[in-house]
Design a protein around this ligand. Structure first.
Ligand SMILES: Cc1cc2nc3c(=O)[nH]c(=O)nc-3n(C[C@H](O)[C@H](O)[C@H](O)COP(=O)(O)O)c2cc1C
Length: 594
């Protein structure tokens, strides 16, 4: 039950251009490819083309379907409390600094954070099959992303004393598995640079889960999922009045060491958890300057002196090697780097006006009801004002003195991903192709890179701070479907869009590991769109299957300056009435931590 509706089968047809190979003996030696070249080659190798999809098994081997739930056998299980509807602010309050009074750091608040970001939101049933859905979406519902927390002692278990501990989040149980207890002083040294009353959250990815179905293209999807998860965490934190900031300076080794994912034994080689990153959750409301001085030395010392427990479960009895992913992941490994220094001022702005709050949906409701539309009705329309409002949430408006609104304050880098939109059904807006550069400084370059005949006229009625441009007036329903692997959802909604990443420049300026961040940024855009669609009474769906170069041809893009890396659609959903929906957790489970 993991398939995408009306999706063509992704088969292995001809061989795609591949990542650099060893030269044959008769060939003159070539210089070894750089990591940046390897990453770019991965991207090109894994494009879908009209006549040829990126390599995958071409069928689903149900015998080896990965377990969606990682568990650590033998690790102590600490059940988390759930959040409450009557304690939730409105959804709109998430985006206004200072609108939510910070909650005290306690078990219920931490439980609420994980529940609303990575927890289960429903079970679905059809003809004897049962599968769960989560607050964070995942390509094919395969969920490669694992969540962790590093908490000071005494927050969750009142008798746990002073030792900080490393916890793996088990969504099906809504519980933490205790992976490690850090020796008191060494744990303190890790947290020493953090603001008072803060803790860490971490994400890792199991590439195999995604590659099982999608083969070589799966590495891209894993990082989109990570981006969705960062934004889900950030917005769940906002519902508690908390902030969440990525520790951008850390290297993958730091993350793996602290989370213990470098300790999985050899039997897990094929289903390794790769480090994504760590973020600090700031529960107090003072000014914060990042980076926060979490040092590699403190992490190494805490990890080596910790008491580790639990053995990772096996997810699949057998595996297929997707070497290209291995090679790309190695080339995109992140070393420790300098992070941009930035100050997040104390949130100030005050509560949202009572008139705005009356009858408005709660954050909890919107975060928990997020779903992907499996089908769109081809007729629901959205008013221009609501459409503009939704797009405004994608444009970070912060600066040096004012932080961007959530979730964009999580990351310190400037937008590197921009939008090309296929607008179908917006009242007051001409159907056609539109562009939305997410920062002013890129607009000229984007314009120069696209077809010269495009109009670049400001969308009539768009607010001054929304850089939305009409490129061409046209009915692009068929085009949108066609470039999105023939998926009807791309044309049957209000609008769909491609996310254009500044691929070359980002990798050249920052390093090959920034390839992952571009996908995170796109995933974050996707997460905001999912939630905004729910808030607008419609529904969205991430689209990972698209014909890359067909999109570029449509826009006149050549080269790799701008490359589409993720698509999204939203509109009036058509429910699949054959499925039944069950609650995410039983009453008995809820009663355990009530
Ligand atoms: C990165 C990504 C790519 C996706 N690609 C597609 C797609 O091409 N077509 C589609 O119908 N759904 C797509 N989805 C939606 C997923 O199938 C969906 O998130 C998953 O089944 C879980 O369901 P939920 O979002 O309702 O929790 C994608 C989701 C993500 C996060």
């Amino acid at each position: 039950m993991f398939g995408w509706k009306k999706r063509r089968s992704e088969s292995t047809v001809a061989s795609a251009p591949s990542v650099p190979r060893e030269p044959r003996p008769s060939e003159p030696p070539r210089p070894a490819p750089t990591p940046a070249e390897i990453v770019l080659a991965y991207h090109h190798t894994t494009k879908h083309h009209y006549h040829r999809y990126a390599r995958s098994a071409g069928y689903l081997d149900w015998e080896t379907q990965p377990d969606p739930f990682r568990r650590f056998e033998g690790a102590e299980l600490v059940r988390l409390p759930f959040g409450r509807e009557d304690e939730s602010p409105t959804y709109e309050a998430l985006f206004r600094a200072g609108a939510v009074t910070p909650r005290a750091l306690d078990a219920r608040a931490v439980g609420t954070l994980f529940e609303l970001a990575l927890g289960l939101t429903a079970w679905k049933e059809f003809q004897g099959s049962r599968w769960s859905l989560r607050a964070n979406p995942s390509s094919g519902n395969l969920h490669p992303t694992e969540g962790y927390a590093v908490l000071p002692g005494g927050v969750i278990e009142s008798d746990a004393g002073e030792e900080a501990w490393v916890a793996h989040y088990a969504p099906a149980e809504h519980a933490f598995e205790v992976r490690a207890r850090l020796a008191t002083e060494r744990g303190r040294a890790v947290m020493a640079g953090l603001p008072a009353e803060s803790f860490l959250v971490g994400l890792t990815s199991i590439h195999w889960r995604e590659a099982w179905k999608y083969g070589e293209r799966a590495y891209r999807y894993c990082h989109h999922d990570t981006g969705h998860a960062w934004a889900a965490l950030r917005l769940a934190a906002a519902s508690l009045g908390w902030r969440l900031v990525l520790l951008e300076d850390l290297g993958d080794d730091d993350v793996a060491r602290l989370l213990g994912t470098d300790r999985l034994d050899e039997s897990h080689e094929r289903e390794r958890e790769e480090a994504d990153g760590l973020a600090v959750v700031i529960t107090a409301s003072g000014e914060v300057t990042v980076p926060l001085g979490v040092t590699s030395e403190a992490i190494a010392s805490a990890a080596s002196g910790a008491r580790w427990s639990g053995r990772a479960n096996t997810l699949s009895p057998e595996h297929v090697d997707w070497n290209v992913i291995e090679i790309a992941a190695r080339a995109a490994a992140k070393p420790r780097t300098e992070a941009r220094v930035r100050t997040l001022p104390a949130p100030a702005g005050g509560p949202i006006p009572a008139s705005d709050a009356a009858g408005a949906p709660t954050a909890r409701r919107i975060l928990a009801q997020r779903r992907s539309a499996v089908d769109l009705d081809g007729k629901t329309r959205l008013g221009a004002e609501a459409f503009f409002h939704l797009l405004q949430r994608l444009v970070p408006t912060g600066g040096t003195t004012k932080p961007a609104a959530p979730p964009w304050d999580t990351i310190g880098w400037e937008p590197r991903v921009h939008l090309a939109l296929f607008v179908h059904r917006v009242d007051g807006l001409i159907p056609g192709l539109y562009a939305l550069p997410r920062k002013e400084s890129v607009a000229e370059a984007l314009r120069a890179a696209m077809k010269s005949e495009f109009r670049w006229e400001r969308a009539p009625g768009a607010p001054a701070d929304l850089p939305l441009f009409l490129l061409r007036e046209t009915d692009c329903v068929g085009l949108a479907k066609s470039v999105s692997c023939g998926q009807d959802i791309a044309g049957d909604g209000v609008a769909s869009l491609g996310m254009l990443a500044e691929l070359d420049e980002t990798i050249r300026e920052q390093g090959p590991w920034a390839y992952r961040r571009l996908h995170w940024e796109a995933g974050m855009i996707g997460q905001v769109l999912y939630l905004e669609a729910e808030a607008a009474g419609i529904r969205g769906t991430g689209i990972g299957c698209f014909f890359d170069d067909a999109v570029h041809e449509t826009l006149g893009l050549t080269g790799t300056r701008f490359h589409t890396i993720y698509h999204f659609t939203f509109g009036g959903p058509v429910e699949d009435a054959r499925l039944s929906t069950l609650p995410p957790y039983t009453d008995e489970r809820r009663a355990l931590t009530a």
